[in-house]
Design a protein around this ligand. Structure first.
Ligand code: NAP
Length: 466
């Protein structure tokens, strides 16, 4: 019986339930004439990856993309197996034995290093971990932050840096009306942070944040966004690029930044100071961060025409006890799966995993999303990315590369149940989801998120009368 035919379903494991996992599932389940079963695993009990644990709490509209994922999950051929970690409860050989194909859609779980002295002094934090903490990720619940100081420094000039800066200065009552983790709402409300300095290592024309996010803070009346006029003036290289190569995002960013530079300081008691051509050289402090030493940079044209930053001797100290490193995410290796440490991705060709040594295909193993292409793009970028991966998988199916006998879904369910008693199903998630929304409705928030696995399990146990 051919795999994918009426009697032998194509059994696919998807590891990770973020956008790339769900778009992969959607595309697989929409194939006419392919009998397919999808089992999606996630290491936390709840689905949606960075839509739940990454998208800023005040960006609820973006999160409504989960309605599309819910339609996929409603398909009879789909199973969600939450709170199951690959590498702990099941491993690579298990996946190879129980499925015809595995799609790794695990995202980029770590953060990049700045590579400067005293980078990890207490008080210096990973931006991605902070984002996960304020979004109630149970993996990051135990972290603590000291918001007692007036100023925080956020290194990086992307949308994550922008999200962090905004969360640090938004008024507490506004945060309380979002789905921000309650522990974060309380800690920020009790804190004193009123000024955030964002450090961009290159110039305003190379900023990675998008105009919509910049405008969002620029248009607020209660927050000053301060830009130094001399830092917003373009250097000759950037001016040349701006004249020769139109770029809508860049040009809109520049327009807003120039307006901000002209507007100046309005004396609001909350402010974001956007610095450009400014790189941290070292963190200073004895047992805790006390200051960031910053170098002024200049731009030069590097390989393939890209403008790169180089430090000058011009230095300054910015006193602060709180630093966030928001300089990008980074993929982490999975035992048994090839990994390219240079790009921190799984080496692949159109989604099919390849052997890094000789480039030979590893049929049955695929990658989608950030672990496939690196941590770039918006949520929607993952749709064509996942579709490409699934098309490659189907090509391998048609070519006969996935013809193997694998155990039935019932056998898999038994194995997973033995390895992890506390796993969650889609119905469990629906119950948690509804409970979160009901708790939120009582306080005027979209939801109150569960931030601990034990609490989620207790609620599920109470529902079941156990
Ligand atoms: P990102 O867009 O790649 O930005 C990373 C920033 O860090 C860049 O400004 C980069 O500068 C800087 N950087 C890197 N290494 C540095 C170093 N050693 N020292 C100083 N600065 C350094 O990454 P991200 O902000 O983590 O966002 C990840 C993706 O998610 C992006 O595609 C982003 O647009 C998306 N996202 C979107 C939203 C939204 O739509 N609202 C929200 C959050 C995230 P260089 O440019 O000089 O390398």
């Amino acid at each position: 019986m051919p795999v994918g035919g009426p009697r032998t379903p194509l059994r696919v494991a998807i590891i990770g339930s973020g956008p790339s996992g769900f778009y992969s599932a959607e595309h697989l389940l929409s194939q006419d004439g392919v009998n397919v079963q999808v089992d999606m695993f996630d290491r936390v009990p709840t689905p949606f990856g960075l839509v739940r644990a990454g998208v800023a709490p005040d960006h609820q509209k973006i999160k409504s993309v989960t309605r599309v994922y819910e339609r996929t999950a409603a398909d009879d051929r789909f199973r969600f197996r939450g709170n199951v970690e690959v590498g702990r409860h099941i491993d690579h050989p298990d996946l190879m034995e129980y499925f015809h194909a595995v799609i790794y859609a695990v995202g980029a779980a770590a953060d990049r290093r700045m590579g400067i002295p005293h980078e990890y002094l207490p008080g210096s934090h990973s931006g991605p971990e902070f984002v996960a903490w304020y979004n109630a990720s149970p993996l990051d619940r135990a972290r603590t932050y000291d918001f007692s100081g007036f100023r925080a420094v956020v290194v990086g000039n992307g949308n994550v840096a922008m999200d962090i800066a905004r969360m640090l200065v938004l008024p507490a009552d506004e945060l309380a009306r979002t789905d921000m983790a309650r522990h974060a709402v309380t800690a920020l409300a009790e804190g004193n942070v009123r000024e955030v300095v964002m450090l961009g290592r290159r110039g305003p024309a190379q900023a990675a944040f998008t105009p919509k996010e910049l405008r969002e803070v620029a248009e607020r009346d209660d927050i000053d966004v301060i830009v130094h006029p001399d830092e917003v003036a373009l250097d000759p290289h950037s001016r040349h690029d701006a004249e020769q190569h139109p770029d809508r995002n860049r040009d809109q960013n520049l327009e807003i930044l120039r307006e901000l530079a002209a507007r100046g300081d309005r004396g609001r008691d909350r402010r974001i100071i956007m610095r450009f051509l400014a790189s941290p050289v070292s963190l200073h402090g004895t047992n805790h961060v006390e200051a960031v030493e910053v170098a002024r940079n200049e731009l030069y044209r590097g390989d393939r025409g890209a403008l790169r930053a180089r430090m000058t001797d011009d230095r300054e100290m910015i006193p602060t006890g709180l630093v966030f490193r928001a300089i990008g995410y980074q993929g982490v290796p999975i035992a048994g799966v090839p990994f390219d440490p240079l790009t921190a991705t799984i080496p692949n060709e159109a989604g099919r995993v390849i052997d890094p040594l000789d480039g030979s295909p590893r049929y049955g193993e695929y990658a989608a999303g950030w672990i496939k292409r690196g941590p770039t793009g918006i949520i929607g970028t993952n749709k064509p990315d996942a579709q490409e991966t699934v098309e490659t998988l189907l090509q391998d199916l048609r070519a006969g590369h996935l013809q193997r006998r694998v155990p039935s879904r019932r056998v898999l369910a038994r194995l997973v149940g033995e390895r992890q008693g506390d796993l969650t199903s889609w119905a469990d998630w629906q119950y948690l989801d509804q409970t979160e929304q009901e708790m939120g409705a009582e306080v005027g928030a979209p939801r109150i998120k569960f931030a601990r696995v034990e609490t989620m399990m207790r609620f599920l146990g109470e529902r079941d009368g156990s």
